[in-house]
Design a protein around this ligand. Structure first.
Ligand SMILES: Cc1cc2nc3c(=O)[nH]c(=O)nc-3n(C[C@H](O)[C@H](O)[C@H](O)COP(=O)(O)O)c2cc1C
Length: 174
């Protein structure tokens, strides 16, 4: 199991091109379920979601980001929110949202779907709320675009492990 998780973490790539095949609602619910099983401070579960597979709403969201082509190509979108009435510590709640979104990306990968975390759209978060008919109580964290990948040729790089470890007290450095 541990090996599988490590493999999924390293295999997952941001997918920005999709086939036109729709995504079954059960799969979207599985992805949201993975999100809600993320850890949160005091287990406050501050996340909320809007699932979008709607030919009228999608282009309106696409117009709110530089990455409109990704949103337009995606058969499904999940907007991830924090419910500000459930928050207790902004740093910890933002961290929980990140954990939630990463769980969702990994679940999409496991289900044979592709996904990308879209953050640039946050610059227009108020307009996104207007399109999705949500009040300011809900703070947009990301829009996750999802679908079946058109291909899996995506490459991504990480710097060497040793570049990130500031100190290692005891043990053996990598
Ligand atoms: C907070 C955050 C915001 C991001 N926003 C965007 C975005 O607006 N558009 C986009 O195409 N990718 C976005 N990404 C995806 C990153 O570009 C991607 O994760 C990074 O290049 C590493 O590639 P990988 O996910 O394939 O490993 C975002 C990722 C994160 C974590």
């Amino acid at each position: 199991m541990e090996q599988y998780i490590q493999q999924a973490i390293q295999e997952r790539r941001s997918i920005r091109e999709f086939t036109e095949e729709p995504v079954e609602p059960e799969l979207l619910h599985k992805i949201v379920t993975a999100g809600i099983w993320a850890p949160s401070g005091l287990n406050n579960q501050p996340w909320r979601f809007v699932i979008i597979q709607d030919h009228e709403i999608t282009p309106r969201l696409a117009s709110l980001t530089h990455y409109s082509h990704i949103i337009e190509a995606a058969p499904a979108l999940i907007a991830v929110y924090l419910d500000q009435e459930k928050m207790y510590d902004s740093v910890k709640d933002y961290q929980a949202a990140g954990a939630c979104i990463q769980n969702m990306l990994l679940a999409a990968h496991e289900l044979g779907l592709g996904a990308v975390w879209l953050g640039q759209i946050l610059k227009n978060k108020q307009q996104v709320n207007d399109v999705l008919q949500l009040s300011e109580q809900y703070d947009l964290m990301a829009v996750v675009a999802l679908g079946y990948p058109l291909h899996r040729n995506q490459q991504s790089q990480r710097l060497p492990l040793a570049d990130f470890i500031l100190h290692e007290f005891g043990g053996t450095a990598p």
